[in-house]
Design a protein around this ligand. Structure first.
Ligand code: FAD
Length: 303
């Protein structure tokens, strides 16, 4: 069996694997798609000490660093079940069962998409999901935020300090964000909030986003908004479906962890975007992975 089996090959999983392997213990990694969300990222400018890089470069760096150690890297393998017996068992989609004394879950998350024409085509060409990451790209330009929940209104407040103007489009007839955020957004001269707005299409010129189309749900009229950037803020979904009967998750499906990265099942740790860690970023996920690996090591030496 493994001492540590890491499920997930994004920044959190890679960091967990390296920290574990450096303890000289038997370490495995299973990843459906090595690199995770980073593989879908173009410009990365907030990975501290690296002024600018891109997703594929960072993914290559992660893999090289992991393979520098004695780690069993099983790529293109999806975990479908976890069960604690004498050892912890992780079943893969292909039927194989991996056994380990401890497990670190680092399966990340995915942004909920609008599923409208143009969204996929213009992803990273104006359609963005992370204001902390991509906000500065739209400096001085007009942008839209889709979604009037906490993340949407936070994004609008954040972007208002960088871009020329932000229009928030909320599907419902009320904003679902906290009052204090709504008040703050309403006080900003360059933020407009439109309710009952259903985004129907992302408009582009073949190269980049030039606007979007939405329907006013009260009148059924269609409107066009000229924007260079569209931040989709309609939810981040944790990749934890296969865990829902095994360990404690929040209502939104996040794996509940404590400061040591421990989950509700002894010997099972978790890190990164799949967890209750409040901010979802590369550098934070890496820190989480390192933390969970040290937590797992502490657990193992006490067995
Ligand atoms: P992920 O990166 O989501 O990795 C999860 C891993 O688990 C993947 O390998 C996946 O294949 C695997 N996996 C999932 N389910 C299973 C399963 N059942 N079995 C096996 N493996 C599984 N952050 C920044 O700090 N700066 C940026 O500039 C930035 N830009 C971004 C741009 C975009 C378009 C996106 C989508 C995100 C961006 N982020 C950025 C956020 C950042 O990418 C995430 O916070 C980070 O990747 C989370 O790391 P993670 O390891 O927790 O999860």
């Amino acid at each position: 069996p493994y001492d540590v089996l890491v499920v997930g090959g994004g920044p959190a999983g890679a960091a967990a694997a390296i920290y574990s392997a450096r303890k000289g213990i038997r370490t495995g990694v299973v990843a459906e798609r090595f690199g995770g969300q980073v593989a879908d990222t173009m410009a990365i400018e907030n990975f501290i000490s690296v002024k600018a890089t891109d997703g594929p470069k960072l993914v290559a760096g992660l893999e090289q660093h992991v393979l520098d150690y004695d780690v069993d890297l099983m790529k293109m393998q999806k975990a479908v079940r976890l069960e604690k017996k004498e050892l912890i068992e992780v079943e893969l989609e292909n039927g194989a069962i991996l056994k380990s004394k401890s497990v670190i879950l680092a399966t990340g998350a995915r942004w909920r998409e609008m599923n409208v024409p143009g969204e996929a085509e213009y992803r990273n060409k104006g359609v963005a999901y992370c204001p902390h990451c991509d906000g500065p790209i739209f400096k001085g330009k007009k942008t839209a935020v889709i979604g009037g929940g906490n993340s949407g209104i936070e994004a609008a407040i954040d972007l208002a300090g960088i871009v020329e103007h932000v229009t928030v489009l909320e599907f419902g007839d009320t904003l679902r964000a906290d009052d204090v955020l709504v008040k703050k957004a309403n006080s900003l001269p360059n933020v407009t909030i439109i309710k009952n707005a259903m985004t129907t299409e992302v408009l582009g010129d073949g190269q980049k986003v030039v606007g979007l189309q939405y329907t006013d749900r009260t009148t059924n009229d269609s409107h066009t908004l000229n924007v260079a950037g569209i931040f989709v803020q309609i939810g981040l979904v944790p990749n934890s479906e296969f865990l829902k009967d095994t360990l404690e998750l929040t209502q939104r499906g996040e794996v509940i962890v404590n400061a040591h990265g421990e989950t509700s099942v002894p010997g099972v740790f978790a890190a990164g975007d799949v967890t209750t860690a409040p901010y979802k970023q590369i550098i934070i996920s890496m820190g989480g992975g390192a933390n969970a690996a040290l937590g797992a090591f502490d657990y193992l030496i006490r067995q």
